[in-house]
Structures are given as structure tokens and as C-alpha cells.
Design a protein around this ligand. Sequence first.
Ligand code: AMP
Ligand code: ZN
Length: 472
Amino acid sequence: MSFHVYNSLSKQKEPFRSLEAGVVRMYNCGPTVYQRAHIGNMRAYVFADLLRRWLEYRDFDVRQVMNITDVGHILADEDEGEDKLEEEARKTGKDPWAISAEFTEQFFRDCEALGLRTPFVFPRATEHIPEMVEMVRGLIDKGHAYQVGGNVYFDVTSFERYGRLSGNRVEDLDAGNRIAVRDDKRHPADFALWKTDPAHVMKWDTEFGPDGFPGWHIECSAMARKHLGDRIDIHTGGEDNVFPHHECEIAQSECFTGETFATYWMHTRFLQVDGGKMSKSLGNTYSLDDVRERGYEPRHLRFALLRGHYRQPLNYTWAIMDEVATALKNLDEIPLRMRRVQAGEEGAAQPQAGLDLIEAARSEFELAMDDDLNVPRALAALFGLRSALLESRLGTEAAGAGLAFLERADSVLGVIQLEEQSLEADVEALIEERQGAKAEKNWARADEIRDQLAALGIELQDSAGGVTWRRQ
Ligand code: AMP
Ligand code: ZN
């Protein structure tokens, strides 16, 4: 089976074919940088990373673009209301530019900690104003948009396919819709491409007049076109992005270029916490730091976020994190075991013994991932391999093939600890530092290191002959 993906546009699984042989152009809707990304947001980005890694496993050159929304995202994802960044600035008394700079950096740090491969480019909306103006102008010229004072709206009735992605119909949006109707719109479902507001802090003087700023949807259309061209292979986002955001992106891009914008649309279902919605009032919008404070590593969170199928809602609880930690420890044992066989410490006499187990696991892993990134099934193949290894002995050749397979599998999952040495090296270095601290009678630092090692599950034993350590 070749790689198949569920396309939200056709509502079915389709074989994946890129526009250009061997190359994938992929755009991921990125964060609005007015606050720290929470673990739900991170599910959407871990999914984008997993997709990229699987395409790379399948030898595609992936041109991945993930935008940074640093202006123009209105609170209710609609036209009326306050810009998320401006609201945060008003509430905190900070400058919106400073807020976006702070949370963009924070986002990059979180991505790195979670092992997300760096996209080909992370475009910022505020650095693409001319590209947006060019598209808005083009849409006006082609009769798909109209200007009223300093505002420019997209005319949804001018695009026949409007609603194809989300299933919404313009007629239904007209009746009883919850969008506050502005006097200057021709149709209540028309959406803003450009807005003018002298009170806005992040604003630009353009051909549409002074004090303007872009609508959120046009940002993504313009940044995708600038960095990937008129046609792209894959566009991703969370399930809430389907409407209005992605529906509007399709309308703008396709009316401007006359081409099909994205071949495949892929959407991640939401992460729930304790079986319900994450919300500030419930105090359950956790960040990576909350995860760390409870003693888990970033890779535990990565595993917790990718272990479910991306098209199913996924639940998060602290109890699940304990299960995740145990599951990962079990997976970490597989490479350890194989290394012992390679070192001649255990194993079968016959070098090829167990090769069939490795081959079966690899084949099942690939079938699962090719089937619309079925991670639960792919993980079952790895856990199945672990169980099989407990019952049978591997030969050296099989252990080598097994290690090679695990390295390949983990180039996609990014969660398994393949090298035990890294922990040992860290521990040795800390013990050495502690010996130095003791020699200098810096007892506070020496105790601190002991506690730090204890948190890693390492117990020190001081004796006349030196220091030894063991795992608790
Ligand atoms: P925002 O920063 O609000 O633009 O959202 C960034 C991304 O996170 C979007 O792709 C959202 O769809 C996604 N997202 C928001 N909440 C969740 C959640 N609870 N679970 C998964 N994805 C989410
Ligand atoms: Zn977007």
C-alpha cells in the first residue's frame, strides 16, 4: 500500500500524490502568539511534525512552512471583536510587538524541546504586508472583493465553491447566523480581507488608506503563496480551523490564482483534558512547563500527544502521563536488549534467529503509518515486538536489523531513547562536578546535585573508594 491520507475536502481516504515528484509543499497553520501555546495547540504541531517525518521516511523532500500569526486574529475567529494580540496588550499594559516577540521565542523553545523538526520557514504575518496587499488588490480587481471606506471584504457569493470544505452553505450563513452584521457588508457572510482602525497599535498605511491591518485568513493565503507557490500539496490545522479560516483561505487563494490551492486538507481533532474542554476558568490549559514541573520529560508529552489517531479526540490526564512514562520505558528496553545481543552478552547462537520478528514489525509499522498515519496501530507493532522478544532469543544479525529498524521508526516518532550512554554520560559528569564541589566544601551544590540525580532515579553511594551509582 502506498501512503494514503484522509482528505477533509473530499471526506475520504485518498492515495497521496505530490504535485512534483519527490517534493511535498506543506503549509501548517501556526500559533497566534499572544500567549504561551498550551498542550492542545502542541497536538496540532506535533501532528504536523509527524506528517513531515513520515513523508521524509518515504523519501520526500518536504518544504514545510508554519506561520506565526502576530497580528489580525480576531477573538471569535470572525470579523467583529478585538485582535487577540491587541487585547492581551490592553490587559497587560505591554506593547503588542513585545508580546508577539516574547511568545514567538517561547514557541520556538517549546517546539525544540518537543523534538519538532524546524520548518523550511516560519513566516511572520507582520513581515508579509506587501504580499497581502497585493492579493487583496488582485481580488478587488477581479471582482471578488470590494472596498468600503478603509475596509475590504471578500464577496462570498462570487465564489461558487464557498462552503465545500466545511459543508456550510452561503444561504444558511445568511439565515440566523451568529455573525454580527455590519452595515458596510453586502452579505453577512462576507469576511474582512483588510480592516481599518486608528486605535489599532499594529497598523500600516497602504493603498487602502492609513491605520489598516490584515484579516487573519488573508495572512495564510499570502504567506503560503509567497513561500510555496500558487499550488500546494498539503494544508493542515486543528479542527476549529476548518471554518471559517480554511474555507476563507480557499476562496481567496483560488479566486486570486485561478488554481486549486491545496490538494489535501488534514485536520487534527482537539485534545481534551480530564475528558472535557480545556479552559482557563477550569485551570487546565497546561503548558510544557506544567508537564516538566510534574516530573515528566518533554518526550513524554510528545508521546502522549501522538499516541492517539489524529482524527480522534484525545484525552489528557496526569494518570495517562504515568502510563505514558511506563510505556516509553518499555520501548526504551528494546534497543537496550538488542545492544546486549550485539555485545555477545545474551542471544541465540544462530545469527539470523528472530529476523522474521523484526521484519514483521517493520512491515506492520509501515502499513500502519501509510494508512493515514495510524499511530496506535504502528505503536502496537512496536509493543508486539517487545513482547515477542521476551519470549525468544535474537541472533546478532537480527539484533543489528532490529536496531536499524528502531532507529528508522524513531526518526518518525522521536520518543525512544536509543542510546543508553547519554544518561550514563550525564550522570558521570554530575558526579564529577559533585566531587569537585565537595573538595571545595561547597556542600550546598553537592546536595543539590544529589537531589538532581535522585529526581532522575539515580541513587549515589559514597564510600572510601569513591562514588558508585545505581538506578532506584
Ligand atoms: P491559535 O494559536 O489559537 O491560532 O491555535 C493554534 C492551533 O492550535 C490551531 O491549529 C488550533 O486548531 C489548535 N488547537 C487549539 N486548541 C486545541 C486543542 N485543544 N487541541 C488540539 N488543537 C488545538
Ligand atoms: Zn492559517
